[in-house]
Write a protein that binds this ligand. Sequence first.
Ligand SMILES: CSC[C@H]1O[C@H](OP(=O)(O)O)[C@H](O)[C@@H]1O
Length: 346
Amino acid sequence: MLYPIVWQNNSVVLIDQTRLPNEYAVIEIHRCEDMAEAISTMIVRGAPAIGVAAAYGMYLGAREIETSDRTEFLHQLEEVAQLLRSTRPTAVNLFWAIGRMMQTAYETLGTIAQIKQILLETAQTINAEDIQTCQAIGDHGLAALPKTPEKLIILTHCNAGALATAGYGTALGVVRSAWREGRLTRVFADETRPRLQGAKLTAWECVQEGIPVTVITDNMAAHCMKQGLIDAVVVGADRIAANGDTANKIGTYSLAIVAKAHNIPFFVAAPISTIDFTLSNGSQIPIEERHPSEIYQIGDTILTPSGVEFYNPAFDVTPAELITAIITENGAFAPGELVKCHTISQ
Ligand SMILES: CSC[C@H]1O[C@H](OP(=O)(O)O)[C@H](O)[C@@H]1O
């Protein structure tokens, strides 16, 4: 299995996702500041993955705090948390993981050394739990897919694979489970402008595992659906509001509209840690805007003339009414029934 984040030799080893698919490179992270940089620059990316990365970042920061005073330690740890919170605003998993690490520190009574050790163990637990969560999402998603006698073609957007999680993936977790059970013909992967996570990362994951994959440009999805090539759409999520409105990579909203127009089921696959129950709907989800160079530059090639303006929102929000079901580690739920997701389905 593919693990993008590994605790090894007292440091965090990350697959450098900015170099895939042409180069498989790893980077060792020893300091919290470097983990924050890795999240901001998308060396590690994907909602669950940046949550796991931030959890380890909290430990790396705690490790460097040199005080024997508990109050001072917790004050400095909060500063570490603030640095990590400032990296990317949309994926709620980041804030969930940081909050769990801070709560662990507050609840741990003991020496500073004992608190640091518990923080490391908590980060490792968050890492291990996410892999199990993704495998459960994959199997619940398989059960939710259309029950046609023929094998399915699943369209996905961006990368919600092992690279976007601690392993196995969410949307690609459903793909992996479907492939394992002989329910999948192939994956259609939207290239996903501007950073091309679909063409670069989803395609790479599928090729590594021998899962047939067809890469299309984002503007081809409607045509493929009209031709009857797509049986279901499965995407990931970065933040889901209590009513089921879902923030995911830019282009997901238009994909959901097109799927609805063609009566194709549209599934969101995400861990419960991606659901933000403090938000009643998606209008309150912060949308990250990234540097315009992601639009105007590919490699060394500049695509646009000077003198133009750019708008580069990294995510959009799909209204709950366009979503067939939200697949979690506890089962598949209608968007309006997420309050039930804490009850494990049979
Ligand atoms: C497993 S959900 C991953 C989710 O995160 C991605 O965004 P980014 O590549 O900018 O971190 C994309 O929205 C995926 O669906």
